[in-house]
Design a protein around this ligand. Structure first.
Ligand code: HEC
Ligand code: HEC
Ligand code: HEC
Ligand code: HEC
Length: 169
């Protein structure tokens, strides 16, 4: 066998051995046990703390709001999209019999213009996108810098919820 072929073969043999060693060292122990992924990833995700309760769990105590919302344009929005993660609130709210919850259990209320604008702000890049999950309707857009911005008399900035009920806009 020519000398240069021998060198080439031994070079590739060393590469192969290195590859096998690295593979042994780098691949996590649980990889492949259940499929082409790390089986430990499942148990690691299971122990992560939950934060969201899901809208169904809000109806128990806020049924009227749920009904109101179901009849309006916001019917497809989940409560926690606007109010933030509410699992603790749902779990502990009925422990306070007088109905007054400590601040730490109260949820955020998105009353600022910019919070409605997150979804409704006119955006040239957004116009042609259909919102698949929402019956293929496009979210109606306004220019939050102009739309009913100032009170005609007092010249003060007006909140969106002064005119629109967030649960039935
Ligand atoms: C076990 C009953 C219960 C459940 C379930 C519940 N809430 Fe409440 N929630 C309350 C009570 C009681 C108050 C009144 C607190 C107060 O006025 O001090 C309240 C108040 C609120 C407020 C107003 C907070 C404020 O600062 O005024 C929001 C927003 C709210 N809940 C949203 C939700 C959402 C979203 C869910 C579902 C993830 C939910 N709630 C589930 C009992 C509940
Ligand atoms: C589009 C965003 C949005 C969604 C979706 C939404 N809320 Fe609200 N919610 C608000 C805003 C904004 C306020 C504050 C209203 C105010 O202060 O006048 C509020 C106020 C509340 C309050 C305080 C009491 C009241 O009537 O003002 C409760 C309770 C509440 N929401 C529960 C819910 C529940 C339950 C759902 C789901 C069924 C839900 N919200 C969905 C934006 C939203
Ligand atoms: C998470 C996204 C989201 C947020 C936040 C949100 N909206 Fe909406 N809004 C929607 C969707 C989706 C619809 C239904 C499609 C449509 O009609 O634009 C809608 C519909 C509306 C409509 C009816 C538009 C029409 O068709 O005539 C009004 C008015 C409105 N929202 C006001 C508000 C106000 C006020 C706030 C803030 C309290 C707000 N929205 C926050 C997503 C959002
Ligand atoms: C002074 C009252 C008032 C305020 C404040 C106000 N709106 Fe409106 N909004 C209206 C009225 C009235 C309409 C009906 C049609 C019109 O005049 O455009 C409307 C229409 C809309 C529409 C539907 C537009 C369309 O083309 O069908 C959306 C979306 C909307 N508003 C969102 C908002 C958001 C988001 C805010 C806050 C950034 C806001 N509005 C603040 C009164 C108000």
């Amino acid at each position: 066998m020519p000398q240069h072929l021998k060198r080439l073969i031994s070079f590739f043999a060393i590469l192969l051995i290195l590859f096998l060693i690295m593979r042994q060292v780098l691949i996590p122990k649980s990889f492949g046990q259940l499929g082409h992924y790390r089986a430990d990833a499942i148990s690691e995700n299971q122990v992560r703390e939950l934060h969201y309760a899901g809208s169904e769990n809000c109806t128990k105590c806020h049924d009227s709001i749920h009904i109101e919302k179901d009849e309006g344009y916001h019917k497809q929005l989940k409560c926690e999209v606007c109010h933030g993660p509410g699992l603790k609130h749902t779990q502990y709210a009925d422990k306070f019999k007088d109905g007054h919850l400590p601040d730490s259990l109260l949820l955020h209320k998105p009353i600022e213009r910019k919070e409605c604008a997150l979804c409704h702000q006119k955006n040239a890049a957004r116009t042609k996108i259909l919102f698949d999950t929402i019956d293929n309707t496009m979210i109606v857009q306004i220019d939050a810098m102009k739309h009913k911005l100032l009170n005609k008399k007092t010249k003060e900035e007006q909140k969106c919820i002064k005119c629109h009920n967030p649960h039935q806009p």
